[in-house]
Ligand binder design. Structure first.
Ligand code: ZN
Length: 79
């Protein structure tokens, strides 16, 4: 199920980046997503499907969301 993800979201992944960080910032939303590792600043392109699989939680404007909170149930609204 698709998740509502926005540019600027800070995501925590299940697997850590080789540098040891679990946190990434989403810098581009589209068919492919781009995210920046907050440990080493490396930019990574990733397919939406793969990204969604890796996400554990999302931080947005000081609020923390679990994956289930971001599932898009109403397709007509934004996607
Ligand atoms: Zn890194």
């Amino acid at each position: 199920m698709p998740l509502r993800l926005l540019e600027g979201d800070i995501i925590t992944t299940k697997k850590k980046h080789p540098c040891g960080s679990f946190d990434f910032e989403i810098t581009r939303v589209g068919a492919d997503f781009r995210m920046k590792c907050l440990g080493c600043e490396k930019q990574i392109w990733i397919e939406r499907r793969n990204l969604e699989k890796r996400i554990k939680k999302v931080k947005r404007e000081d609020k923390e969301f679990k994956k289930e909170d971001l599932i898009i149930k109403d397709y007509s609204s934004n996607y």
